[in-house]
Ligand binder design. Structure first.
Ligand SMILES: Nc1ncnc2c1ncn2[C@@H]1O[C@H](COP(=O)(O)OP(=O)(O)O)[C@@H](O)[C@H]1O
Ligand SMILES: [Mg+2]
Length: 697
């Protein structure tokens, strides 16, 4: 896939320049000076020779085939060059030139024209407005980056050219190598999704790293990432997390969702490891590119000083790793050579006068114990040991190890050499133990992702004809918000359990309805204009008899007449009171990039205060539904605390999956709230007592 981009047998540099200050010169020079084995054709109508190479006036005059064209001419001239590419049969192009949609409407128009031209000619394009691409295996540096990355196993793509430059510079300093390096630019054609898939096929790439500001086609991106992460880890930092969009929403679900929720959900559901900072992006990359994944959570910490050991233990506690207690036989083997003042509990403290030999013996013992799935080696410089000798021991022992070995040699001046030895031999070395732990933690969760059984999806029998009917009548009335009775019909069509309810226009009707339903009942204002009924004094619960119903009817209607006189009152809704229900909220909102998103959280009238919610992108798998239920902080309350009966978790899962199916079946549903969904004790299901649905044609 995209072979001509990364392993072309010939490259043309259009806009090659004689002027060393020009990008056209830099690119040409980069294609020559790193031993790229293919043919390179400089193209410039005004030059005969550059850097000792013959220059061609245009693409068509080049005597042989061209696999890849790198275009660095003014934006206005790019469309013509693409036409030449079509004529010449060039199917892969990197447009370095800036001056397109990033500059505003005029530039966007030009980019649209370029995209159309390329599409018509079947030409694939990276860019425009990018730094270029690099492939270390083919020694191709088709970019204007200052320098060539070391060869390594990290494939990196970035939506920011400037960040590419910074990272290249950092990586050269840190001895981190890359297999491929792609600056995506404006992503006019080729986006992160295809680059990820091409890196998945590339044998030199072991871990895929990305910097993103946006995703082009969310569902396609997720599908590709899910496929790729079955074999290779994908680590992405996503910038530009705003909540501006949320402000526009009218429902609780819409108000609580922000695009960052969507990205977080999408990453979780497709096995992408999210890095929260550039720092952690590379901390993770170093470990994933160099070490095997841990087979389990058991971590052993070896240290020659207490403080760093404790810091590491704390960080471990905050992660999904376990500081596994050292087994007796292992402890005995350690005691055989460690001084009595050493600690053989985890962290294993081999104390301040630890020598290289003591480190070596301790590491050997720990490596041979299968319940210890990963090893973190800490070292603070002392007179007793040369950090470099310990580094060499670690390198030697790591050769036959089948578990990840990670180090944190703390300090700078006296351990710089040791760090270099470790990095040169693919042993990650961090400045602080916390970084090492977070990298191992990411590796463990990725391993668990890979080992997960295939996801299960459920499909429910639903009355879609009924749903279409209701939506059609709402649209016909030029409304977007369904009134409560319509929303209830939709939920019924999707198999939700609803409380018995009747509309009453008079107190007499209300009392009759309550009698038929059976006490206790709940009374609620029935009006298409009252969104949050409780806030307006429009709800009364726990009504035990006729007198209470009459009083509540009067109170509710006069509250609304007082507080929202313009509201059209249809009457009151008399509703079966659901007892012992835990209040949760389930909802639908739509994300620009990823489409329908399902929300779950602790419900009721405080939902927007507590914000204890979880999101996932629809369609939901059974596993994703379970994961989001367990993800909210108040999940333990649902499981029952202080002798309370556990709530019907299966009932919640069922509601989430039905809602997910609705969101996929009916794209016209832009927002929906079931708040609350009252969850009864285990085995008794869940009841949707209040619902709001907003549709758009
Ligand atoms: N059928 C019911 N059974 C038990 N409690 C209910 C019922 N209907 C509503 N409630 C309670 O009343 C609160 C508000 O009712 P709701 O219909 O959600 O109105 P709104 O959200 O518009 O204020 C709910 O959060 C719940 O605590
Ligand atoms: Mg409500």
């Amino acid at each position: 896939m995209l072979q001509h981009f990364f392993n072309p047998s010939s490259v043309a540099v259009v806009g090659a320049s004689q002027n060393p200050a020009k990008i056209g010169y830099e690119i040409l020079n980069n294609t020559f000076r790193y031993n790229y084995g293919g043919a390179v054709y400089p193209i410039n109508p005004r030059a005969q020779e550059i850097l000792g190479h013959k220059v061609y006036p245009d693409l068509v005059s080049v005597p042989s085939e061209i696999d890849l064209a790198i275009i660095a001419v003014p934006a206005a001239a790019v469309v013509d060059v693409i036409k030449q590419c079509g004529e010449k049969g060039v199917d892969s192009v990197v447009v370095i030139s800036a001056g397109f949609k990033e500059t505003g409407p005029e530039g966007a128009r030009l980019e649209e024209e370029l995209a159309m031209q390329a599409r018509e000619l079947g030409i694939r394009v990276v860019g425009p407005n990018c730094l270029g691409i690099i492939d270390t295996a083919s020694s191709l540096n088709a970019s204007f980056a200052a320098g060539m990355p070391l060869t390594g196993h990290i494939g990196f793509f970035s939506q920011s050219g400037a960040l590419c430059v910074a990272i290249l510079d950092w990586a050269l300093g840190e001895n981190v190598g890359f297999s491929r390096f792609v600056s995506l630019g404006n992503k006019m054609d080729i986006s992160e999704t295809e680059i990820m898939l091409s890196m998945a096929e590339d044998d030199n790439t072991r871990v895929i790293l990305g910097y993103l500001e946006s995703v082009e086609d969310g569902p396609r991106f997720m599908e590709a990432a899910r496929k790729v992460s079955e074999t290779k880890p994908i680590i992405i930092i996503k910038s530009g997390t705003t909540t501006a969009g949320a402000k526009a929403a009218s429902s609780h679900t819409g108000a609580l969702a922000g695009s960052d929720h969507a990205y977080r959900a999408a990453f979780k559901q497709s096995g992408i490891i999210r890095a929260e900072s550039m720092h952690s992006l590379f901390a993770y990359a170093m470990a994933f590119a160099a070490q095997p994944l841990p087979k389990g959570p058991g971590l052993a910490i070896i240290t020659n000083s207490g403080g760093p050991g404790i810091l590491a233990a704390d960080a471990c506690d905050r992660s999904s790793l376990h500081l596994t207690p050292i087994r007796k036989e292992t402890a005995d083997r350690l005691r055989a050579f460690l001084p009595p003042t050493a600690s053989v509990y985890n962290p294993i403290d081999i104390i301040g006068d630890a020598t290289q030999e003591r480190y070596e013996k301790t590491i050997e013992v720990v490596l041979s114990d299968d319940v210890l799935h990963a090893v973190l080696i800490l070292l603070t410089p002392t007179v007793a040991v040369s950090a470099e000798t310990v580094a060499r021991s670690i390198v030697r022992l790591a050769k036959n190890a089948n578990k990840p070995i990670i180090t944190a040699f703390m300090g700078e001046k006296s351990i710089r050499g040791a760090r270099k030895i470790l990095q040169d031999h693919a042993i990650p070395s961090y400045d602080y133990p916390e970084d090492a732990i977070s990298a191992l933690d990411a590796m463990l969760s990725y391993r668990r992702w890979r080992e997960k059984p295939p996801m299960q999806y459920r499909q429910y029998e639903v009355d879609t004809r009924k749903v279409r009917q209701v939506f059609a009548s709402v649209i016909k009335q030029r409304r977007h918000d369904l009134i409560e009775s319509e929303a209830r019909e939709i939920l019924r069509a999707y198999g939700f359990r609803l409380p018995e309810s009747r509309i009453a226009r008079t107190t007499k009707e209300a009392v009759r309805a309550a009698t038929e339903i059976g006490y206790p009942v709940v009374l609620k204002i029935a009006s298409p204009d009252v969104l949050h009924k409780s806030d307006m004094g429009g709800v009364r619960v726990g009504l035990e008899d006729e007198a209470m119903v009459e009083e509540a009817f009067f109170e509710i209607t006069s509250n609304i007449q007082l507080r929202q006189p313009e509201a059209h009152i249809l009457g009151v809704m008399v509703q079966e009171m659901i007892l012992q229900g835990r209040e949760v909220i389930v909802g639908i909102t739509r994300d620009m990039q990823f489409g329908p998103m399902i929300m779950f959280g602790l419900g009721g009238i405080y939902v927007e205060v507590l914000k204890d919610v979880a999101f996932r992108i629809a369609p939901l798998s059974v596993e994703s539904a379970d994961a989001m239920i367990r993800e909210i902080q108040s999940f333990p309350l649902l499981r029952g605390v202080r002798g309370e009966a556990p709530a019907d978790i299966e009932g919640i899962r069922d509601a989430l999956l039905r809602l997910s199916q609705m969101a996929v079946d009916f794209p016209e549903v832009i927002e929906a709230d079931v708040n609350p969904l009252l969850v009864c004790p285990e085995g008794q299901g869940a009841v949707a007592v209040d619902a709001r649905i907003t549709i758009q044609e």
